[in-house]
Design a protein around this ligand. Structure first.
Ligand code: ADP
Length: 383
């Protein structure tokens, strides 16, 4: 503030001086206009530097990161509003800074004269803080910036798990293909009956690889959103998706029915909504025993279109229900694999639903059956 006040005083002094000089001249009016202009320019300059300072203060106050400035003696000379969210009460000096790892970072930055980074786990519930301590100028001032990286770390862990799981899923059929090829090469080819069995195995593994890769590609595309450029008649689409699977259901000894009310078209991606319906109906068939039934219903409910896929199948244990939409989560690994599951179907369903501003819910009873319900708004959700 001092430089601004000083600037204003200097500006006024300059204006008075200009005014006096001008008055001594003969053409008073002309020079007064020039003086007025000079005064306006100086005032503008003072205002700009005051504005710049106000902007700086606002920026620091609205930052998510905590900012702490220590003077050469270690005393705190500035702390922004966010700091206490990260480290609790603002300490009076570097020696009182907590957690310890942050204090150590400040000390190290001060003693070695270069930037030091520390990451520390703190508090309950646990949060991860990442702090950067860096010397400013040559006087021994240290700037500490503290960021909450809990969410970034959580997402990193999910990504790492996903890569590990995806690699594992891909490795299994690849290993099987290699083993079968080796066996065929070692002589199994000369026995036609054995060779046929192994070749069928190769086809199954290749098919499985193809399905995993296709689902992974769909999932990665869906993570960036759905292109909502079509007017989609979900009722007609449900009828088509059921018709496409009637033969599969018949072979499995399952009856399948579809009931649709006329519903308004929704704005969305027909490709993605088709994937969503297909996955729900496939699952209903795959997790239902012979003699069971699957029903697909589409109806309107106020501003939403409701798609209900119910089956009389194996059901899902309550403890697993919250996790079934996770990528690669399966209740019964063997049954999923046997029936050609990739563990990604419901994850795709959830992404498509959310991309269309809707929600998906599930109700299930072990041994009795499962109902998935997807609600999609007919009016496009606000961006
Ligand atoms: P998958 O390819 O294994 O079927 P999904 O992501 O489609 O993978 O489903 C995840 C898990 O949820 C399945 O492995 C299965 O255990 C369970 N599940 C999904 N749909 C049903 C259903 N209709 N009935 C019973 N269990 C189901």
């Amino acid at each position: 503030m001092v430089p601004v006040a000083l600037g204003i005083v200097l500006a006024l002094v300059a204006c008075v001086a200009i005014g006096l000089a001008i008055r001594a001249r003969s053409d008073v009016d002309q020079h007064r206009a020039a003086a007025d202009q000079a005064v306006a320019a100086l005032e503008q300059q003072s205002r700009s530097s005051a504005d710049a300072q106000a902007v700086q203060t606002l920026v620091l106050a609205s930052m998510e990161e905590g900012v702490l400035l220590f003077g050469p003696d270690g005393a705190v000379v500035f702390a922004n509003d966010s700091l206490s969210k990260h480290v609790g009460d603002v300490p009076a000096s570097a020696d009182l800074l907590l957690p310890n790892a942050l204090r150590d970072a400040v000390r190290r930055a001060s003693s070695i004269g270069s930037t030091t980074i520390a990451e520390v786990e703190t508090g309950a519930p646990t949060r991860w803080l990442r702090a950067t301590a860096q010397p400013v100028g040559s006087e021994g001032t240290i700037l500490l910036v503290v960021r909450d990286v809990t969410e970034t770390r959580r997402l990193d862990a999910i990504r790492r798990d996903f890569v590990a799981n995806a690699s594992h899923e891909l490795k299994t059929p690849v290993a099987s293909i290699l083993a079968v090829a080796e066996t065929l090469g070692d002589g199994a080819l000369s026995d036609p009956a054995v060779a046929t069995r192994f070749i069928e195995q190769l086809e199954r593994d290749a098919d499985r690889l193809g399905r995993i890769v296709a689902d992974l590609l769909d999932l990665s595309r869906l993570e960036t959103g759905s292109e909502r450029i079509d007017r989609v008649a979900i009722d007609a689409m449900a009828e088509e998706e059921v018709a496409r699977r009637t033969e599969q259901a018949r072979k499995a000894g399952i009856s399948i029915a579809v009931h649709v009310d006329g519903v308004p078209a929704i704005r969305g991606s027909s490709r993605d909504l088709g994937l969503m319906l297909g996955n729900l109906i496939d699952n209903a068939i795959r997790y239902t025993q012979a003699g069971g039934s699957v029903k697909v219903e589409v109806r309107a409910d106020r501003e939403t279109v409701v798609v209900r896929v119910s089956d009389t199948g194996v059901g899902i244990p309550q403890r697993d229900v919250p996790r079934i939409f996770e990528r690669f989560y399966r209740v019964d690994q063997a049954r999923s694999r046997e029936t050609g599951g990739t563990g990604l179907g419901l994850s795709i369903v959830r992404h498509v639903t959310e991309n269309h501003g809707g929600e998906v819910t599930v109700e299930s009873e072990l041994g009795q059956g499962t109902v998935f319900e997807v609600r999609l708004p007919t009016a496009p959700a606000a961006p």
